[in-house]
Design a protein around this ligand. Structure first.
Ligand code: SF4
Ligand code: SF4
Ligand code: SF4
Length: 400
């Protein structure tokens, strides 16, 4: 597509998003509603909870139906010879199905455990343990409509700045103090290790891999086209409240976190966006993160974070495995030939590039200069090792 056409399309998408956000209140189904703020452990154990879960079950059913539909359409296209290069293919030189089996590294196990534990605490922490640090703001895209979550989710006041400045001075200082503290200390480690929406998307990606459905590979042009959309989302996220709107009305997280905590939530537009997030996360890893406004805001602080991705350009053989593995499509990690620090604002610190790099110490994830996860040829090659007793054709060795 020519450059001017790309600009017209992206500007059109941005205007469409802004118009949707501003005028959607005209539709009666749009307004977000929480019917019941009260939850209890008894409620979570009762049949009443199943009724509360109904909107989420509908969202899951719609997402599953949408995914199946896309897979079927994709198969029809392939049969008709209209396959498109946007769908993920096996890497050049590697036959489909022959990808190495990789053990879960300690780093990845810690990452998954951190996401699961933190999401659990954010959703049920207040209810189960009574931990409600409501003046402490952790900038993750969980949902403050869930009154049982462990700490204040920074996203509410960032998207309701008009309300923030009506709070007592002490609360404002605490909000900005804790938000900035966590954002600077952790940067986008929050995205890779803590955010419940990140976990949801990673789970969808895991389901796709298990079902062996083909994903969608975004090319550089597509990532570029998303840049203005991302900034438009930030503007809507932080500025909509000043125009009389409410970002929560279409935030996908609203459709999940309060419901799981037993708070009755109606299935409105946020549910529709959650369906898109689940479908997007299934076909493209961390699809929502590529336009998430909170992630973009965290990116501002990421430059000051002690967590970095470092590259030894001498050890790099320019194989491109890191770029291919990156869910955020960060090319610089592969193309950089001089700088040691290859951290960028879009990096969610997931460590996938380090995991997939086949050269010893070419890529490392560091904290305050100390390596906490490094690339290793041995770990990569161990994935290709044949199980004992298996021959080169995959059959069993015959005894003599
Ligand atoms: S980009 Fe947004 S949704 Fe994704 S992990 Fe970060 S805060 Fe969560
Ligand atoms: S650059 Fe590496 S750590 Fe950052 S998002 Fe991409 S794969 Fe994850
Ligand atoms: S995967 Fe490692 S060796 Fe390959 S291009 Fe990236 S940094 Fe270089």
């Amino acid at each position: 597509m020519k450059d001017w056409k790309k600009t017209v399309v992206t500007v059109g998408v941005c205007i469409g998003l802004a118009a949707l956000a501003y005028f959607a209140w005209l539709f009666p189904f749009y307004e977000f509603a929480v019917n019941d703020y009260e939850t209890s452990l008894e409620k979570l154990m009762s049949a009443e909870y199943v009724r509360v879960l109904a909107p989420l079950l509908i969202i899951l059913a719609l997402s599953a139906a949408g995914i199946v539909l896309v897979v079927l359409v994709r198969r029809l296209l392939v049969r008709a010879g209209k396959d498109t290069p946007r769908f993920d293919r096996a890497r050049a030189g590697r036959q489909r199905g022959a990808a190495p089996k990789r053990k879960l590294s300690l780093f990845m196990a810690v990452r998954w455990a951190a996401m699961a534990v933190f999401s659990f605490l954010m959703i049920w922490g207040g209810l189960i343990f009574g931990w409600k640090m409501s003046s402490l703001s952790i900038p993750v895209l969980s949902c403050p409509w869930n009154t049982e979550q462990m700490a204040e989710s920074g996203c509410y006041y960032l998207s309701h700045l008009d309300e923030l400045f009506e709070l007592p001075g002490r609360s404002i200082v605490l909000f900005f103090g804790s938000t900035i503290f966590f954002a600077v200390l952790l940067g986008r480690v929050i995205c890779g290790f803590l955010c419940p929406m990140g976990l949801v998307q990673d789970v969808m990606d895991g389901i796709r891999r298990k079902t062996k459905a083909e994903g969608i590979r975004m090319n550089d042009n597509m990532y570029e086209a998303l840049v203005p959309v991302r900034w438009c989302m930030v503007l809507i996220f932080t500025g909509l409240c000043f125009a009389g709107g409410n970002f929560c009305n279409f935030c996908p997280a609203v459709a999940v976190s309060p419901i799981l905590a037993g708070i009755s939530t109606s299935l409105y537009v946020s549910g529709f966006f959650m369906v898109l997030v689940l479908m997007g996360g299934f076909f493209k890893r961390r699809a929502f993160c590529t336009v998430c406004p909170l992630g973009t805001v965290l990116g501002f602080f990421h430059k000051a974070s002690p967590f970095r991705i470092r590259k030894d350009c001498q050890a790099c053989t320019e194989c491109g495995a890191c770029y291919e593995a990156c869910p955020m499509g960060i090319k610089m990690i592969y193309t950089e030939r001089e700088k040691n620090d290859v951290t960028c604002a879009q990096c969610i610190m997931c460590g996938e590039c380090v995991r997939c790099c086949p050269e010893d110490n070419a890529l490392s994830l560091t904290f305050a200069g100390k390596k906490i996860y490094t690339s290793s040829r041995k770990k990569i090659m161990s994935g290709y090792a044949r199980p004992a007793g298996e021959n080169a054709d995959g059959g069993r060795r015959q005894g003599f």
